[in-house]
Ligand binder design. Structure first.
Ligand code: CP3
Length: 341
């Protein structure tokens, strides 16, 4: 992995920042939408040929420096017996049946058996890719919100009620998810991914105390379990501006920042042996191209002396993002001549 990403992941200086986008294979691509006419999202995830094809789709148009496996953080819920569905126009729906009445009775299934298609996709991709491949998972805490709420929530009422009244059962569920996640990431690593990203997407919707009690200890277990593999871990938490000290204390190789903070200020606060990723606002990609160009230049210029910087968005690419806007970011980054500062 002697390339820009591998260097940046290890906090080494690079000739320019490497770039990839969260959700770079997704609904902003007309060719993805065309494939979705024939197959459901879960069919695409579970079929190694199709998942490989979708992972590679953005590379027909753009020269990203890394690929991210086409899958979803919620697939792992099936190893705990929860049914997962994705409707055409709504997000995920999780059917917990009556399994949540007795969380201590949950039957855990083998990750290798239930998610057998994931290593097949990774092996296929490794044959075809010329850039590093990133694997990923959801943080156990973010995953529990989907179990309790059954969908993406706005107020997380059920999750909070579990935190307050079913404390031990909640921790039991988090423990199971953590064990499954470690097995899942190790499976991805053995199949060949070059780094993994952990998504704690809903961290920022909770109080610091709630996150610190219900997410932090489990993130620590995952990062520690992966340490012997030497495969870099990228930690993404929505809410990173309030949590960066705790995120840094977990010693991931990379912290991925959301768009709520100023990257250049955060770069001064986060220890220099941790690489940074981020944090262009995905909504800015709907702005006139000259505004996008200006902001991309500001970020690269400001980060030029930081060893270990990966250009990315502060969250996933949004559906309907103009294709030209993505081109504009890549062109700006590729042609940028840093000014001495
Ligand atoms: O980044 C990538 O391109 C890799 C693939 C990937 C997907 N989901 C594909 C996807 C990754 C890394 C994810 C992670 C994921 N999934 C997260 C964490 C990142 C984040 O956005 O915070 C979360 C919370 C999920 C759960 C999920 N999956 C939701 C809430 C939704 C629907 C709402 C939405 O954001 O669109 C999905 C569906 C999903 N996952 C799609 C894709 C391409 C769209 C499915 C479709 O085509 O209809």
């Amino acid at each position: 992995m002697d390339n820009l990403i591998s260097k940046a992941l290890r906090c080494q200086k690079t000739s320019r920042p490497p770039i990839w986008f969260m959700r770079q294979a997704g609904r902003y691509l007309p060719e993805y939408l065309a494939l979705k006419e024939k197959y459901s999202f879960l069919e695409l995830c579970r079929n190694p040929e199709l998942a490989t094809k979708v992972t590679l789709m953005p590379f027909e148009r753009y020269s990203f420096d890394a690929a991210i496996l086409f899958a979803d953080i919620l697939l792992i819920l099936e190893t705990l017996g929860f049914d997962l569905r994705f409707g055409q126009d709504h997000g995920p729906l999780i059917d917990t049946k009556d399994l949540l009445d007795q969380p201590f009775e949950l039957q855990v299934q083998s990750v290798k058996e239930k998610l057998y298609y994931i290593p097949k996709t990774i092996q296929q991709l490794k044959k075809e890719l010329t850039v590093p491949l990133l694997g990923f998972c959801g943080a156990p805490f973010t995953l529990t919100t989907y179990i309790f709420e059954g969908r993406t929530s706005k107020d997380f009422k059920v999750t909070r009620s579990w935190m307050q009244t079913r404390f031990n059962e909640m921790h039991h569920l988090l423990k199971l998810l953590t064990e499954q996640t470690i097995e899942y990431l190790l499976m991805q690593i053995h199949a060949g991914v070059d780094a993994v990203q952990i998504f704690d997407s809903w961290a920022g919707h909770f109080s610091f105390a709630e996150w610190n009690t219900f997410s932090y200890p489990y993130l620590r277990q995952i990062v520690d379990a992966l340490c012997p593999t030497k495969v870099p871990v990228i930690l993404f938490a929505k809410g990173s501006s309030a949590l960066y000290e705790e995120l840094a204390s977990l010693k991931p190789q990379v912290i991925s920042l959301d768009s709520s903070s100023d990257l250049l200020k955060m770069a001064k606060r986060i220890p220099s042996d941790i690489a940074l990723q981020g944090n262009l606002d995905p909504h800015l990609l709907f702005a006139p191209l000259n505004q996008i160009e200006q902001e991309v230049k500001r970020l690269i210029q400001g980060m030029q002396n930081r060893k270990g910087y990966i250009f990315n968005l502060g969250h996933g690419l949004l559906p309907q993002t103009p294709l030209d806007a993505v081109h504009c970011v890549l062109d700006t980054l590729h042609s940028f001549e840093p000014q001495p500062c």
